[in-house]
Design a protein around this ligand. Structure first.
Ligand code: PLP
Length: 496
């Protein structure tokens, strides 16, 4: 298996190299050059396997420059019982035709752990295999969940350091505390006076500074990315679509060979793209439903073929989905445009120059074979949290609620549907508690007390990683203007 850029460069790149580089040299994203296809017999074999075995099997087809032993080492190190009590993923069936795939049982209580616990292990192996001796620094901009998950994944990994920038006003109290109390000797966290876009733009600027890159090279150092543009983050996400199918079949909820639908709360289009890759690889999937919040630029695109980011950015109760440029869509465009790299380049160029592009009608038809899409707004999300709790005695976070709400609106209910649950309800406790017990929360109640109240009212325990968060020592207090990001990064990289 080799990889190439969606924009044409870097053909023949190995998985290891793609993971180390993150982004292709022409600014495109790495995509597999060969099709992966599991036979029905191979998928049937997965029914009854545990998560780690399915993970190893799926990954071996995409990361074929890793030996079986190396893949097993990565998988075993990432998905331990200590980090994922009760297993990395859980399927809860709520109704005859509706299940929820819980992906938030990891160390940071959001689905980002599924990929960010294993990406550092791929990277370490890839560096060893390629005899890469440079010290790698991961620079990450986060709207909240990625930063913490990346810090947990990369902490104390030898030969790698990680620095996270978060918008000082853009994350929840819980998310902020998770980051500024981070343990580890190779980590740094800095607040930026600005929004997520300022952080993202700042990081991109550092990455594209050629003079800085050369200086680093001379000093035996390099930068890399932990954002979902890295194929090493996408691959672990393909696994849980196979896993959920295997679980449903082995429980008898669906028969082997039955087609199921998935509904995925979407931001940067990484999670849902992994579902599409699973379908391409032979998993019996019907519709893949894209669920957006008020920032519904992707849902509009899937319905109309026009991507238009020239609209107001809305701050919602599902902040991890507040995004107007969904990077991973480029990988779907590559397929929809018949792997025509110059056409992909043309659209991405229009996007950066005008903020808008339209795909040809055949491309839209190609996309709509697999995808459906819809959006839900704040009030609907809140109502859905209440409806699901009252009907099933089951607690969901606002991101998951966007998904379940859109499922209700957009699914034809012809097949069993799995709604992907991306965060623990306790991670976004303010919105959840407000939706269920608004009248019982005194104004000004802090998030620590809200979690306690939520737990007491519902009888559901606060997940261990979120307990005691408010008592932990704060290690990182830096807050700087976006212009200071290069200097801050350099200081960190050079241990100043
Ligand atoms: C990141 C995130 C999403 C969006 O996932 P994408 O892969 O960016 O589409 C949804 N929910 C939560 C809780 C997240 O952290």
């Amino acid at each position: 298996m080799t990889y190439r850029s969606t924009r044409g460069a870097d053909a023949g790149t190995s998985f290891s190299e793609a993971v180390i580089k993150g982004l292709a040299s022409d600014g495109g994203l790495f995509v597999p050059e060969e099709e992966v296809l599991f036979t029905p017999a191979e998928i049937k074999d997965m029914c009854g396997m545990d998560y780690k075995s399915i993970a190893a099997l799926v990954m071996s087809r995409y990361a074929d420059d890793f030996t079986e032993g190396e893949i097993n080492e990565c998988v075993d190190g990432a998905y331990t019982d200590a980090k994922f009590p009760g297993g990395p993923a859980a399927v809860t069936t709520l109704d005859k035709d509706l299940s929820v795939l819980e992906l938030w049982h990891g160390p940071t209580c959001a689905f980002k752990d599924m990929a960010l616990q294993i990406l550092p292990r791929y990277m370490k192996k890839a560096v060893e295999k390629r005899g890469e001796s440079k010290e790698i620094t991961i620079l990450t901009a986060t709207s909240g969940d990625t930063g913490k998950a990346a810090l947990e994944g990369f902490k104390d990994v030898p030969g790698v350091k990680i620095m996270v920038f978060y918008p000082s006003e853009g994350v929840s109290e819980t998310q902020k505390l998770q980051m500024v109390t981070q343990a580890g000797n190779n980590v740094n966290v800095v607040a930026i006076e600005g929004n997520f876009d300022n952080c993202q733009t700042g990081v991109k600027k550092i990455f594209s500074d050629k003079a800085f890159e050369e200086k680093l090279l001379r000093d035996g150092k390099m930068l890399s990315s932990a954002n979902s543009i890295n194929f090493g983050r996408l691959l672990p996400q393909i696994v849980y679509y196979f896993f959920s199918y295997a679980v449903l079949v082995s429980r008898g909820t669906v028969k082997f060979g039955d087609i199921i639908d998935f509904c995925v709360p979407t931001g940067n289009f990484g999670d849902i793209l992994a579902c599409y890759y699973a379908k391409k690889a032979g998993l019996p999937v019907g519709k893949i439903i894209c669920a957006s919040n008020e920032n519904n630029v992707v849902a509009d695109f899937l319905n109309t073929g026009v991507y238009d980011k020239n609209r107001d950015f809305v701050t919602t109760t599902s902040p991890a989905m507040d995004i107007l440029v969904s990077s991973n869509l480029e990988r779907l465009l590559y397929d929809a445009l018949g792997k025509d790299c110059s056409a992909v380049r043309g659209l991405m160029d229009r996007l950066s120059r005008f903020g808008v592009y339209r795909v040809p009608s055949e491309a839209l038809k190609f996309i709509q074979k697999d995808f459906a899409a819809g959006c839900s707004v704040r009030a609907e999300v809140s109502e859905e949290i209440g409806r699901i709790y009252n009907k099933y005695n089951y607690l969901i976070d606002p991101h998951t609620a966007v998904g379940v709400s859109v499922y209700g609106k957009c699914s034809d209910k012809a097949r069993h549907t799995v709604c992907v649950s991306t965060a623990s309800p306790f991670k976004f406790n303010a919105c959840v508690a407000e939706s269920l017990f608004a009248n019982e929360i005194p104004e000004g109640t802090g998030e620590d007390c809200i979690s306690a109240l939520l737990s007491e009212k519902t009888g559901i325990a606060i997940p261990a990683p979120l307990r005691g968060l408010f008592e932990k020592e704060i290690r990182f207090k830096d807050k700087v203007k976006p212009e200071m990001m290069p200097e801050k990064s350099e200081d960190f990289i050079y241990d100043r």
